[in-house]
Design a binder for this molecule. Structure first.
Ligand SMILES: CC(C)(COP(=O)(O)OP(=O)(O)OC[C@H]1O[C@@H](n2cnc3c(N)ncnc32)[C@H](O)[C@@H]1OP(=O)(O)O)[C@@H](O)C(=O)NCCC(=O)NCCS
Length: 187
């Protein structure tokens, strides 16, 4: 593998009660335990299916579902991968901007974990990728995720109406972003 393809292979971001690090093939069982949950997948992309099968997990860990050469990390709690967070930068004239997304196994919800994970990840990835803009989109039925972003200083920019059809229902998509116009400013 060329060095550039695994630029973040050794990255390890520590936080209060979690570690962010590269996904590993031996995360498969833990991934299935936490990802195979309709409550987890209900407000994320269809690339995160339900049921979440062993084949889905294998394809994800092989890099066939999302580009794992990007900063895409497992959230490890008590030695187990139980969620994920990752950013996908744009290309060409949008290379200064990246979208990011995240999920956490239901067993760990409601303890401020994702708020702390985003607090660690967002400034790190903005510096690493020299981003001016980091954004996330949130379905209208996901106030917990919107809250995580708000608590981290992301600004709600607007709503894309009827942007997503998920499980037979149309949803609006809320757009949250953090920007810095000066590349030397801390994100
Ligand atoms: C969204 C998700 C990441 C939140 O993770 P978490 O670790 O439970 O989040 P936190 O505990 O850090 O913060 C959640 C906040 O939302 C609030 N919240 C939770 N449910 C809520 C609801 N129904 N309405 C309004 N606020 C809600 C919590 O009270 C908390 O805010 P507070 O600290 O001000 O009280 C987690 O539920 C998850 O992974 N969901 C499935 C995947 C997903 O939706 N990913 C995001 C896609 S955009």
């Amino acid at each position: 593998m060329p060095e550039s393809a695994d630029r973040w292979g050794a990255a390890r971001l520590g936080g209060d009660g979690f570690v962010l690090r590269r996904w590993r093939r031996d995360d498969l069982d833990a991934l299935l335990r936490h990802a195979d949950d309709a409550q987890v997948s209900r407000a994320v992309s269809d690339r995160f299916p339900h049921p979440y099968t062993r084949g889905d997990g294998i394809r994800f860990l092989s890099g066939e579902v999302v580009d794992l050469s990007q900063p895409v990390f497992a959230i490890e709690i008590d030695g187990e991968a139980c969620g994920g967070i990752g950013a996908r930068p744009g290309s060409g004239e949008r290379a200064h901007s990246a979208e990011f997304g995240y999920w956490l196994g239901r067993a760990h919800w409601g303890r401020g974990t994702m708020t702390r994970v985003v607090a660690a990840f967002a400034p790190w990835v903005m510096c690493e990728l020299a981003l001016y803009r980091l954004f996330a989109t949130v379905l209208d039925c996901n106030p917990a995720s919107a809250r995580v972003l708000q608590k981290n200083g992301f600004v709600e920019e607007g709503v894309q109406h009827c942007a997503v059809r998920k499980r037979g229902r149309l949803h609006d998509l809320r757009v949250f972003a953090k920007v810095r116009r000066d590349p030397d400013a801390s994100p």
